[in-house]
Ligand binder design. Structure first.
Ligand SMILES: *[C@@H]1O[C@H](CO)[C@@H](O)[C@H](O)[C@H]1NC(C)=O
Ligand SMILES: *[C@@H]1O[C@H](CO)[C@@H](O)[C@H](O)[C@H]1NC(C)=O
Ligand SMILES: *[C@@H]1O[C@H](CO)[C@@H](O)[C@H](O)[C@H]1NC(C)=O
Ligand SMILES: *[C@@H]1O[C@H](CO)[C@@H](O)[C@H](O)[C@H]1NC(C)=O
Length: 309
C-alpha cells in the first residue's frame, strides 16, 4: 500500500521508537454479540506479555541523541482485528510488548494507523519530546535545560463526553464493577504517545483487561480501545498523563463516527501549517485521516513543508 510506504519511508528516517499498527480492513458492521478473543490467542498474548513484563528493563532517560539511537516500526500482521471487539486493544498491547522487549532504550511508544501522516521532521519530534524545556507545560521545572528526567504520556482522559454512560454500560449495568467505577471511566483517542513506564503498565494489566474483554450488548456503543487505555491511565497514573493527544483529527462534519478524511486535492502547505496548530504548548506531530491517494501530493511537499520546522 502506497500510504504505508510513505509512513515507512518517513519513519525509517526517524530514530525514535515508534509503534504503529495497521487496522485490518475487516470491519464488521454488526459484530456478533458473543464475539470473544479465541482462547489460543489469549494464551499466546499472556505468554508474550509476561515475557515483556519480566524481561524488559526500566530506563529513566533515553540515550543521548548522537545518532546511535534506533527507531523501530512494528506492524501487527498475525491476528485479525475488528471494531467493536477487544482485538484492537490486544493488538496494541502486543506491539508494546514486542517493542519493550526489542530494546530497553525504547522510551516512547506512538500508536498510529495507515491513515495518519507526520506533520514534522523526526528531529522536531525527538527534540520536543526529550529536550525542549517548554514543550510540555506540565514539566515540573520549565526553566531546566537539556534532557527532561520526567516524562508524560500524551493521551486524552476525557470525562465530560455525553455518551460516556452508554459506553460504560455497553456490557451491562454492573459489568465493570467493582474494579472500574463509572467515576473512573474515561474516553480518548487511541492514537496516543505513551511512555515506556505506561506501556509496561499496560502490558502487565490483567484486572482491567478482564473487564474490557467482555462482549458488548450494543455494538454501536462499543469502542473499547477508546476507553481501555484512557481508563487504565486514569486509574493508575493520571498525573503522568497530559490529557491531550499529539495527533490532530478533524471532527467537523463527522459521518457515522468517522472523522473527516482528506483527499489529494486538499493537500497543501497551508493545510499542513493549519493542522499543526494546537492549543497546547507545542504543535501536533501527526494528523489523520488521509486517503492513500494523498501520498503523491504529500511527498511533493515533504521536504519543503512537512519536514521543514
Ligand atoms: C521496573 O519498575 C517497576 C516499578 O516501577 C518495578 O516493579 C520493576 O521491578 C522494575 N523492573 C526492573 C527490571 O527493574
Ligand atoms: C555515540 O555514537 C557512537 C558511534 O555511533 C557510539 O559508539 C556511542 O556509544 C554513542 N554514545 C552514546 C552515549 O550513545
Ligand atoms: C475540517 O473539515 C471540514 C469539512 O468537514 C473542512 O471544511 C475544514 O476545512 C477542515 N478543517 C481543517 C483544519 O482542515
Ligand atoms: C482551541 O480552542 C478553541 C476554544 O476552545 C477551539 O475553538 C479550537 O478549535 C481549538 N483548536 C484546536 C486546534 O484544537
Amino acid at each position: 500500500m502506497l500510504s504505508n510506504q510513505f509512513i515507512l519511508s518517513f519513519f525509517l528516517l526517524l530514530c525514535l521508537p515508534i509503534v504503529f499498527f495497521l487496522v485490518s480492513p475487516h470491519v464488521f458492521p454488526h459484530p456478533p454479540r458473543e464475539y470473544l478473543i479465541p482462547i489460543v490467542d489469549e494464551i499466546d498474548d499472556q505468554i508474550l506479555f509476561r515475557r515483556a513484563s519480566t524481561g524488559s528493563v526500566n530506563i529513566t532517560r533515553p540515550r543521548p541523541s548522537n545518532g546511535s539511537i534506533f527507531q523501530n516500526a512494528f506492524i501487527t500482521s498475525s491476528k485479525r482485528t475488528s471494531r467493536s471487539s477487544p482485538t484492537l486493544i490486544s493488538a496494541t498491547r502486543r506491539l508494546f510488548a514486542t517493542a519493550l522487549l526489542d530494546d530497553p532504550a525504547n522510551a516512547y511508544f506512538t500508536v498510529l494507523s495507515q491513515y495518519c501522516i507526520p506533520l514534522h521532521s523526526f528531529r522536531f519530534v525527538y527534540q520536543s519530546l526529550f529536550e525542549s524545556p517548554s514543550f510540555d507545560r506540565s514539566n515540573p521545572d520549565p526553566t531546566s535545560k537539556g534532557i527532561r528526567v520526567w516524562y508524560q504520556s500524551f493521551i486524552e482522559l476525557i470525562s465530560d463526553e455525553p455518551r460516556l454512560w452508554k459506553r460504560y454500560i455497553a456490557r451491562g449495568r454492573y459489568a465493570m464493577l467493582p474494579q472500574v467505577p463509572f467515576e473512573k471511566f474515561r474516553v480518548g483517542s487511541h492514537f496516543f504517545v505513551m511512555t515506556r513506564k505506561h506501556a509496561l503498565l499496560t502490558v502487565k494489566d490483567r484486572i482491567m483487561w478482564r473487564k474490557f474483554k467482555l462482549p458488548c450488548y450494543r455494538s454501536d456503543e462499543c469502542y473499547l480501545e477508546e476507553h481501555y487505555f484512557p481508563t487504565l491511565m486514569n486509574m493508575k497514573d493520571p498525573g503522568g498523563c497530559t490529557g491531550y493527544t499529539l495527533t490532530r483529527v478533524n471532527w467537523t462534519g463527522t459521518v457515522k463516527g468517522h472523522p473527516y478524511t482528506y483527499r489529494p486535492h486538499e493537500v497543501s502547505s497551508d493545510l499542513m501549517h493549519q493542522l499543526r496548530l494546537s492549543n497546547h504548548t507545542s504543535s501536533y506531530f501527526f494528523a489523520r485521516k488521509f486517503m492513500p491517494t494523498c501520498l503523491k501530493p504529500l511527498l511533493a511537499i515533504a521536504d519543503l513543508v512537512i519536514f521543514r520546522d
